[in-house]
Design a protein around this ligand. Structure first.
Ligand code: KMH
Ligand code: ZN
Length: 286
């Protein structure tokens, strides 16, 4: 079976703070340490959002200096594929400013960046309101910035129509094939985290593209197990889920990585190293 790429989404994204779980890392020091432990447990990619180093809250304002600090420190200490979010910096800023922040973020040296593939209703309370705005123009422009900088987009797909948007990017030659798609199974405002939904998604995916799954909350591990048996890759971590099992907080992101790595071993699915992941996804080392 193909090697399994495990992504660790360690910082808790825009929804998770110390109030949600005291175990979420927030200072650069804590984040770099957590990244190293996740890699030791089997992760080959880390997905990062900026955290306010003092309050531990999702960062408000320009997140790029904080993200630069993470990237520089991780590069000194851990060999891992760095995947930066294109989120953050939206609160109180118009879309032109988001655009500039994403363009500038491409210069921080990530090998991958997430790219949300459509506008949707928010699945949880968010300071920018009920609509998660990602127009086709924004998507195409941000892909352009990434491709120019030698960064591979990770296409975040929350619903089936977004697979068609990915196909259009490929057809228009905006992103070179094969694309790497992540099915974000949020439930509620996107597709349901079910094996049936995943099978349908895979039927729509062009031959040769790579794919990964992240499901939220209690669905994280079961859907990861389904994806692993179907040849997909997985993402776990506090951005999507803070529990190791029902009612019990995970004490670290690495504990979640270890859990999926153990399942992979039982399934005889070898775990990709960072170098394997780079080769499998055609990444350029920065
Ligand atoms: N927070 C996840 C549900 C991004 O950062 O751009 C999706 C995500 C997207 O990770
Ligand atoms: Zn994210």
């Amino acid at each position: 079976m193909e090697k399994l790429i495990i992504t660790a989404a360690v910082t808790g994204g825009e929804y998770v703070s110390k109030e949600t779980t005291p175990h979420v890392p927030s200072t650069t020091e804590e984040i770099v340490g957590e990244v190293a432990r996740c890699v030791e447990a089997g992760a080959s990619i880390v997905h990062l959002h900026a955290k306010d180093p003092v309050t531990g809250e999702p960062h408000s304002g320009d997140p790029n200096p904080v993200l630069k600090d993470y990237v520089d420190r991780i590069r000194e200490e851990v060999d891992v594929v760095v995947n930066l979010t294109t989120g953050g910096g939206r609160v109180g800023n118009p879309p032109e400013v988001w655009d500039e922040l994403v363009r500038a973020r491409c210069d921080l040296g990530p090998e991958m960046m997430s790219l949300n593939m459509g506008t949707m209703n928010r699945w949880a309370e968010h300071p920018t309101g009920k609509i998660f705005l990602n127009t086709v123009d924004m998507i195409e422009r941000w892909c352009g910035y990434m491709v120019e900088a030698g960064i591979k987009p990770e296409h975040e797909v929350y619903d089936t129509g977004m697979i068609n948007v990915c196909r259009q990017l490929a057809a228009k030659g905006i992103v070179p094939e094969p694309l790497h798609v992540q099915f974000v199974m949020v439930g509620r405002t996107g597709f349901l985290p079910t094996p049936k939904a995943l099978v349908y998604c895979l039927d729509q995916l062009p031959e040769g593209w790579t794919w990964s799954v992240c499901a939220l909350g209690r669905h994280e591990i079961p859907i990861a197990a389904v994806a692993m048996t179907m040849g997909g890759h997985v993402r776990v971590g506090f951005e999507d889920n803070v529990y190791i099992r029902y009612g019990e907080l995970a004490t670290s992101n690495a504990q979640l990585v270890e859990k999926v790595a153990n399942i992979a071993r039982e399934l005889d699915r070898p775990i990709a190293t960072t170098e394997d992941a780079r080769e499998m996804l055609g990444l350029k080392r920065h």
